[in-house]
Write a protein of this length. Structure first.
Length: 107
């Protein structure tokens, strides 16, 4: 049996996710790229200058992974209701932050 494994690394080459699900790997990669753009915007505009880098990273990854709901909120709409169905990355939408893969670098 052949098994293909996808490894997602951040721009510094640190492994963030290891999975056999290509859609989950692609979704997480996009979230990391968008989180880096958000973090750069927040740094450039000097928003929350006292916020530690680790907290900024966690915040921007959360916002990037929940982009659909963030966009709805910015348009004046309520976030989509949580249904308990897996999202595009294969995670339970009701799982919350405690059950999502660690946002810290994989060890």
């Amino acid at each position: 049996m052949i098994e293909i494994e996808y490894i997602v690394k951040d721009s510094n080459g640190v492994e963030r996710l290891r999975t056999t699900d290509k859609k989950a790997a692609d979704a997480y990669d996009r979230a990391l790229e968008n989180a880096e753009r958000l973090a750069q915007m927040i740094r450039d505009d000097q928003v929350l200058p006292q916020l530690p880098d680790a907290d900024l990273e966690e915040l921007t990854i959360y916002l990037a992974r929940n982009a659909r709901d963030v966009e709805r909120i910015l348009k004046g709409k309520a976030p989509e209701p949580r249904t308990g169905e897996p999202d595009a990355a294969g995670k339970d939408k009701d799982a919350g932050a405690q059950k999502t893969p660690s946002l810290k670098a994989a060890s």
